[in-house]
Design a protein around this ligand. Structure first.
Ligand code: UDP
Ligand code: MG
Length: 332
């Protein structure tokens, strides 16, 4: 950052980390828009790190073609589809490992995140902010997506041990020191926006209007969205585990009251009988239902422990095309 006086002349370097999954119709338009936007800052050096997350269409070929036109484009190819969060992680790792940039911007490649907003992020960063995250003022997603997102953020807000800002995706700028710190978080079920919040430093929101996807369809169907939501809650909160014991106490207290009632009727009202089997049946089903749900909660945490204990590599890279690529592969 400060460096010796000789270094002061070096232009600041900004790396864009751009995850790609089946975006053949978007890539060229996106890169043109991004190149146009970044051309407004000739005083900065840019690198565009595209991570192809095992696309099944012609995305990779398009990326390679982009690189031939513009050497600032780097391409990382995954051996298969590892998911958006890992694609972003791989891009961040690459930049962190090679001392590649003073700041990194993560954005989607479907033109939902407007490139011009990233320029505003750079200005904020130059003003001394370490993390500038884009906060959706409006979003043009379906009602269903907006409703589920709202519930998810509500639950996360109440449960998570740290404050994770609402309506914030992964579109953000991070200073190099934040990126270096994130590289030390090696959990497998990743929820990057939680990790960034956990890292700290000076973070600010930048409101923006999220556009519609330019072409193609979302790579986040409902199942992936639910898994992702679970990663957010399980990864940043043990509240569900605590809720189990609280519920256990509540049910125990309730049954103690019931026992008192039965005892009272037996001792002091022998002429009345305690009506029994219907209540028992309902109680039995309810309790076993609750118990199964609770075992599920424990199971979810256990599953995470298992995955972490296996400690497999987070992702596998098939190919890197980059000018300053470090040839040494590292275990992730
Ligand atoms: N993406 C990815 N791997 C996946 C799914 C998506 O790298 O398995 C990329 C995708 O190309 C896009 C970004 O992640 O650049 C966001 O995905 P998408 O637009 O499908 O999600 P949405 O905006 O609908 O939440
Ligand atoms: Mg999108």
């Amino acid at each position: 950052m400060e460096g010796s006086p000789g270094e002061a002349a070096r232009p600041k370097r900004i790396a864009y980390v751009l995850p790609v999954y089946n975006e053949e119709e978007n890539i060229a338009v996106f890169q043109t828009a991004l190149a146009e936007a970044t051309a407004q800052r000739p005083d900065l050096e840019f690198e565009f790190v595209y991570v192809d997350d095992g696309s099944r269409d012609a995305s990779l070929e398009q990326l390679v073609a982009l690189r031939q036109q513009d050497p600032r484009v780097s391409v990382v190819q995954f051996s298969r589809n590892f998911g958006h969060q890992l694609a972003v992680t791989a891009g961040l790792d690459l930049v962190a490992e090679t001392d590649g940039a003073d700041a990194v911007i993560v954005m989607d490649t479907d033109l939902q995140d407007p490139p011009r907003v990233s320029l505003e992020m750079i200005e904020r960063w130059e003003g001394g902010v370490d993390v500038v995250y884009a906060q959706r003022r409006t979003r043009k997603d379906t009602f269903f997506k907006r409703a589920t997102a709202w519930w998810f953020y509500w639950a996360l807000d109440r449960l998570a041990s740290i404050e994770i800002p609402r309506n914030v995706g992964d579109f953000r700028l991070m200073d190099a020191r934040v990126v270096a710190e994130i590289a030390r978080y090696r959990e497998h079920d990743r929820f990057l926006r939680g990790i960034v919040a956990h890292v700290g430093f000076r973070q600010e929101a930048l409101p923006f209007d999220r556009d519609e996807r330019y072409a193609g369809k979302t790579g986040y169907p409902l199942k992936k969205m639910l898994n992702f939501a679970a990663s957010g809650i399980l990864g940043f909160s043990t509240a569900p585990l605590k809720m189990i014991s609280r519920l256990g106490f509540a049910i125990s207290a309730f049954s103690a009251l019931l026992a008192c009632y039965v005892l009272f009727v037996r001792l002091f009202r022998p002429e009345e009988s305690v009506p029994g089997w219907a209540f028992l049946g309902v109680g039995m089903f309810m309790l076993s239902g609750i118990q199964l749900v609770m075992m599920g909660v424990i199971g979810s945490y256990l599953g995470r422990v298992y995955v972490e204990a296996q400690d497999r590599p987070l992702y596998t890279i098939a190919m890197v095309a980059r000018d300053s690529a470090s040839a040494v592969p590292r275990r992730h």
